[in-house]
Design a protein. Sequence first.
Length: 117
Amino acid sequence: MIYHIATRDDWAAAQATGSYRAASLDSEGFIHCSSKRQTLPVAQQFYRGQGDLLLLCIEESQLTAPLAWEAPAHPNPEISEFTGSDSEFPHIYGALNLDAVLAVKCLREGRDGFVLA
């Protein structure tokens, strides 16, 4: 299982069109994902102050687009890697087919960081 943080609006648009395309797919060529262990640190570093976030729980074996585990790719090209991480992250090289998303959970920011609601 891999995970992707999405906005509620982006997920609603995906349901209307039949596939999910993160902005990074156009700008970087892939959709950023994370392992279970990586998800909350990623949320802390990149999603603070954003509301209405969802966690897409994705079954890797059901993806129709290629998946690669690669070195961290920071969305800001001036920063070469994810701070504090030496592990690889899953990247989906194409649109995310909705049937690969097995669960959608609310991701909320609290006083002490992000939690699944």
